[in-house]
Design a protein around this ligand. Sequence first.
Ligand code: SF4
Length: 355
Amino acid sequence: MGERRTKPVAIGSVIIGGSNPVALQSMTNTDTRDVEATLRQVQELVEAGCDLVRVSVPDKEAVEAFGRLVRAAPCPLIADVHFDYRLAIGALRQGASKVRINPGNIGDWERVDAIIAAAKERDAAIRIGVNGGSLPKHILAKYGKPSAEALVAAGLEYLDRFLAADFDRLVFSFKSSSVPNTIQAYRLAASKLEWPLHVGVTEAGTKWRGTIHSCVGIGTLLAENIGDTIRVSLTSNPVEEVKVGLEILRALDLRASGISVTSCPTCARTPEDLIGLAERFEQMVSGMAGQARVAIMGCAVNGPGEAREADLGLALGPGKALLFVGGEIVETVPIEQALQRLYDEVVRFLNRRRE
Ligand code: SF4
């Protein structure tokens, strides 16, 4: 991966950019005014591995609720505001660590200046979300369409105005309609901006489509060392977004936490229901604290080799499984007990590591 380093920007207790790990964020989809339900979802997201949570603040009532959420939430909260600058100011006064605005839909620049003043008062950050649908007219006229160049040109113009107001706790994002455009816009932005980039493929779709589009878009950029915080957008429970985001980070060795379960693709040699077993085991260890590599392999041909590479593993045979710990076969277990035995060994392995 390349050497791109951005300016570090604090979002409450989480610092993004610089040499900090890529932060994972998601967004609640409850009614913000329902503080109890929203707080519950924030907690679920954090438990799933989310570092920062964004919450919509669509009206005055939501501003007040947002304050209560900030005081109870286990992570810094970001307020998502559209159109009404007073809501952004309200959310900042209620303790938002960052507000996400699109200067293109806030109206007169004096209003953006008022948001900047409120962010300064609170040492909060601002994400400038440049959106292809609301680019300044002169930029659209110059580029003809909301191309990657047009999006980045708008971002650079906004940047000048924020710097003129003596404010640089900034994060940028570029909302584009397709994965190739998104990749192009972020590559261009990364070559011109030293501020952290929030990377995501917006409106990616349902769980299946959205996961693939996000993996391609976000994964490509992260592999080029572009992106300081990511959000996977799915038409699904946001906890699923966090799971996908974590797996993207793990796939690129950008996050090592958790129990990583590898398994073979299965073939005619697979003697047992490996797919079911691997899925069940993944559920058993999801959310477990600590790090371990576990392999669940379908047979005794390639299985033992892979299982030996992992910290712990199973290689299945008809009605039984070989259990590996630290590369050694420690036991042959009946298939019905294999997952529980493996689980117990994972717990023992993690305890040994902690000692
Ligand atoms: S590990 Fe064995 S069962 Fe799994 S795909 Fe390879 S050969 Fe087939």
